[in-house]
Design a protein around this ligand. Structure first.
Ligand code: GLA
Length: 377
C-alpha cells in the first residue's frame, strides 16, 4: 500500500514537471565528453571564439574562470557603446566631444590584457545607446540640432578619440576588429532614419568608415555590423561596394553578422545569405550569436525536446561555417556568442546560450563543439 502511494506520487510529480516544461536535463560534463575547450575546436578552423562580457561576469569567480578557459576573445556587452564612452559634462564644458572610458570598461580592458584575451570593439556609430546631446548645439538637448559640418566634426572626434584613448590607456593592441557602424539598414533595403541621417544625411555611413580608416591602426579590421542579416544580404553587398576611397580601395574590412537567431529559423537559408555576403570578398564574422528556443513572438520552454532542437541547429550552423572556412569559401576569423549562460543572457526567456544558468553544458554547447552524438541527435 505504502509502495503504491509512493509510486503514484512519483508519477504525478513526473507528469507535473514535464507538463510545466521545467524538467531538468542533465548532460555529461564537458570534461567527460572531450578534453578540448571551445577555443581549441574553433582554432582548428582558424577562428577565435568570443563572448560578450560585463562586470557581472568579471565579478563572478565561476563565470570568470569559464570565460578564461573556453574563450579567447571578448566584446563588451555595453561598456564601449557611445552612451558609456562619451563624457557628457566634459563635452559640454569643452564644447567638443570627449571620449573617456568608465570604470567598467577600464576594468574589463585590464582583465583582457592580463589574460591575453583579444577584444572586438563595439561600437562607434549607432542610432541607439548614443547620448542624445551629441546632436545638439552646445551638447544641450534643449537646443536645436547642429548643422552637417559640425556633426561631421563631432563624428570625426568620436572616432579619433576612441582610438587615441585606447592608445593612451595602453589597450589598442588588444583589438583585432571594430564595429564602425551598427544596424544602419532596414529589412526593406532602405537606410534607417535616425539622428545621424537627420544631421548629416545618408552619407554619414561613408564618412564614418572614412574617419575610422584614417584613425584606426592597420591591425584593426573595420566592420559594418547588423542583425536580421539573412534578410539583408543583397542590400549589404551593394552597400559595402560603395565604401571605397578615390582609388577604389575598400574603407571597410568586414561584415559582422549578429546572428540573433531562433530555432524556428532555417539554417540552410542563413548559410545561403553567408555565401552571398562572402562574394563581396570581405571578411565575415559572427558577432553576437544566440539561438532562442521558438520564435521571437513565441518563446518555447526549455524542455529536452526544444533543447535538442537548439543543439542540432547549432551543430548544423557551425558545421556549415567550418566547412566554408576550411575550403576558403568564406574568410571568417572569429565567432562571438552574445554571452554563454542562459542566466545572464539579454534574451534569457528564450534560453539562448551554450550553458544553462548554473553553467551546466547544453546540447547547444556540444553542437558548437561539433560533438554530434551529444548535440541532440
Ligand atoms: C544589438 C547590439 C548589441 C546589444 C544587443 C542586445 O545586437 O548590437 O550591442 O545591444 O543588441 O544586447
Amino acid at each position: 500500500m505504502k509502495k503504491k502511494l509512493l509510486l503514484s506520487i512519483f508519477l504525478i510529480m513526473t507528469v507535473i514537471l514535464s507538463g510545466c516544461g521545467t524538467e531538468k536535463v542533465v548532460l555529461p560534463s564537458q570534461k567527460e565528453v572531450t578534453d578540448k575547450t571551445i577555443k581549441d575546436v574553433f582554432a582548428e578552423h582558424g577562428m577565435k571564439v568570443g563572448t560578450c562580457v560585463s562586470s557581472a561576469v568579471k565579478n563572478d569567480e565561476k563565470m570568470q574562470a569559464l570565460v578564461l578557459e573556453q574563450f579567447n576573445s571578448i566584446t563588451m556587452e555595453n561598456a564601449m557603446k557611445p552612451d558609456y564612452t562619451l563624457n557628457h559634462d566634459k563635452s559640454m564644458a569643452e564644447g567638443k566631444i570627449v571620449v573617456e572610458f568608465n570604470s567598467e570598461a577600464l576594468s574589463l580592458l585590464g582583465w583582457a590584457k592580463n589574460n591575453n584575451l583579444a577584444v572586438r570593439g563595439h561600437t562607434l556609430i549607432w542610432y541607439s545607446q548614443t547620448p542624445e546631446c551629441i546632436f545638439h548645439e552646445g551638447f544641450d538637448t534643449n537646443n536645436a540640432f547642429v548643422g552637417r559640418e559640425e556633426m561631421l566634426t563631432r563624428m570625426e572626434s568620436m572616432i579619433r578619440g576612441m582610438f587615441e584613448e585606447l592608445e593612451n590607456q595602453g589597450y589598442l593592441s588588444l583589438f583585432y576588429a571594430f564595429d564602425v557602424i551598427n544596424e544602419a539598414w532596414m529589412e526593406d533595403g532602405t537606410i534607417r532614419k535616425n539622428h545621424w541621417t537627420e544631421t548629416i544625411g545618408d552619407d554619414y555611413l561613408k564618412y564614418a568608415f572614412y574617419y575610422a580608416d584614417k584613425y584606426a591602426p592597420e591591425t584593426i579590421d573595420l566592420y559594418y555590423n547588423d542583425y536580421n542579416e539573412q534578410y539583408k544580404a543583397d542590400t549589404l553587398s551593394t552597400f559595402v561596394n560603395t565604401l571605397k576611397d578615390e582609388n577604389g580601395r575598400y574603407l571597410i574590412d568586414g561584415i559582422g553578422l549578429q546572428a540573433h537567431l531562433f530555432t524556428s529559423d532555417d539554417v540552410a537559408g542563413y548559410l545561403a545569405a553567408v555565401d552571398i555576403l562572402a562574394e563581396t570578398g570581405l571578411k565575415l564574422e559572427i558577432t553576437e550569436l544566440d539561438i532562442g528556443l521558438g520564435k521571437y513572438q513565441n518563446p518555447q520552454p526549455a524542455t529536452d525536446t526544444h533543447l535538442k532542437e537548439q543543439g542540432r541547429f547549432c551543430y548544423e550552423l557551425i558545421k556549415g561555417l567550418f566547412e566554408r572556412a576550411d575550403s576558403g569559401k568564406i574568410n571568417m576569423d572569429a565567432v562571438t556568442f552574445w554571452g554563454f549562460s542562459d542566466g545572464i543572457s539579454w534574451r534569457r526567456e528564450y534560453s539562448p546560450q551554450l550553458y544553462d544558468s548554473e553553467l551546466n553544458p547544453k546540447y547547444f554547447l556540444y553542437g558548437a563543439m561539433q560533438i554530434r552524438e551529444h548535440s541532440g541527435y
